[in-house]
Design a protein around this ligand. Structure first.
Ligand SMILES: Cc1ncc(COP(=O)(O)O)c(C=O)c1O
Length: 442
């Protein structure tokens, strides 16, 4: 380890928010990341939810090599062969029927900029309806439609964005109703408020079909069906942001398949590049033709770059060859069962939810009151890290304290067992520590 490098990171880097670690990191392979001391840590966040086929999968390494022999980057007007190949593969094998036209860019934020610009151009409207707890990115229009992140301090957001309460099945916003009825009532109320405030220039409804950063909230199917109907009735396009849910993570090709609801525009990103910056937006030929006729542009330095496209093709091929969609279902079921075992032993685990290998574990002070247990979440996450497990905790006062657990789909049963055992040990330790501190304080 070079201690001067840790100092350099402190001295020369801008801090960009989120939790950061005391050490630096050297390498990553499969489900394991290695820090600057050589310590190995189980990665239950798949990096930034991207490494679904495992870090530095040989297919990715080979794809980078292949692109190196051909081209990493070209003039944006020169469509690389490999990009045409990726577009065809997406249309034939991956996207919902009808969403056969795709554009390839780099990040999730950017994909939602594209999606929203498409919707605005097509409808000639500008109003966007989003849900609470959403995270669509940090750039202009995407951040304006995001409500899980902190919106304060950056001046005026893009106008025309409306928010409605998210469908939270565990802590329904509307008392006296069950989760599904509350979710549908929230939608009805949200739409009423939107209709009241709308200037009539409506463009899109945007949603993560599973609201991840907002606490791994899985809406009932009826909610997404009702959203589809609401968009149609208002002449708005329905955008699914499938940054985290597409390409096998939830045990299906994407959430549109899982919920049986097809959007007009789908943005995909994180899980497509397996850790390299690749994103895409897919829509129908009809919408594509219309926006093209109206002069649609999204011309960036890295649109249609061959390097990420080569990697993306390799990722999609690997998901198919290794049966990772099926594996997300079976390993996800196993992981969920292990977490439910923990829930049966710890009162503080109020809820285990999610789909496939995208799971949420919500911590509460009491199962009856469902009061969020933020302190336990913070201490346990830290303790897990010390014991060799990296996990992500979402903590918002209004939305509870939720671990998002999403190992690579390639994680072995042994790795899952090790991760859950560490979590068990860390939880026990944290609860003992909290009890001890309470005794001392008394
Ligand atoms: C659902 C969703 N959409 C969009 C984004 C933004 O993606 P990026 O960070 O690649 O810009 C994220 C990132 O966390 C996300 O979770």
């Amino acid at each position: 380890m070079d201690p001067l490098l840790r100092e350099a990171a402190k001295e020369f880097m801008v801090r960009y928010g989120g939790d950061s670690f005391p050490s630096l990191f050297r390498s990553a392979k499969g489900c394991i990341v290695t820090d600057d001391t050589g310590r190995e840590i189980l990665d239950f966040t798949s990096g930034q939810m991207c490494a679904t086929i495992g870090h530095n999968h040989p297919a990715i390494v080979q794809a980078v090599q292949e692109a190196g022999e051909k081209a990493y980057h070209l003039f944006s007007g020169m469509i690389p062969e490999v990009v045409a190949q990726l577009a065809r593969t997406m249309a034939r094998d991956w996207m919902p029927r009808g969403l056969s036209k795709s554009i390839f860019i780099n990040t999730g934020s950017e994909s939602n900029e594209v999606a929203l610009r498409m919707a605005k151009m097509h409808t000639q409207g500008y109003e966007v309806l989003a849900v609470g707890g959403s995270w669509h990115g940090v750039t202009g229009a995407a951040s304006a439609a995001s409500f899980a992140s902190d919106r304060k301090g950056y001046g005026v957001h893009v106008p025309g964005v409306f928010v409605m309460p998210e469908p939270n099945m565990y802590r329904p916003y509307i008392g006296g109703l069950d989760g599904e009825a509350s979710a549908l009532a929230c939608l009805e109320l949200g739409l009423k408020m939107f209709d009241m405030a709308s200037t009539g220039r409506r463009a899109a409804i945007i949603i993560e079909p599973i609201i991840s950063a907002g606490g791994v909230l899985v809406p009932p199917r009826s909610y997404l069906q009702a959203l589809r109907k609401a968009a149609d009735e208002r002449g708005m396009l329905l955008i699914f942001d499938e940054a985290q849910t597409a390409f096998g993570r939830i045990g299906h090709r994407h959430a549109a398949d899982f919920f049986g609801v097809t959007p007009d525009i789908m943005s995909v990103s994180k899980t497509m590049g397996g850790g390299l910056p690749l994103a895409a937006v897919s829509t129908t030929p009809k919408i594509e033709q219309d926006i093209h006729d109206k002069g649609f542009t999204f011309y960036t330095s890295h649109v249609s770059d061959p390097l990420p496209a080569t990697v993306g093709l390799a990722v999609l091929r690997t998901i198919q060859q290794e049966g990772l969609i099926e594996r997300a279902r079976t390993m996800g079921a196993y992981l969920r069962q292990r977490l439910q075992e923990l829930q049966s032993r710890y009162e503080a685990i109020g809820d285990v939810r999610g789909e496939g290998m995208l799971l949420g574990v919500e911590l509460v002070k009491s199962r009856e009151t469902r009061e969020p247990y933020h302190a336990l979440g913070a201490i346990t996450t830290q303790r897990c890290y010390e014991l060799g497990l990296s996990m992500n905790i979402r903590r918002r006062p209004e939305r509870g304290s939720v671990w998002r657990i999403a190992p690579p789909l390639t994680a072995t049963q042994g790795e899952i067992d090790r991760g859950v055992d560490i979590l068990d040990q860390a939880l026990r330790h944290s609860l003992d520590e909290i009890a001890r501190n309470r005794l001392i304080a008394a």
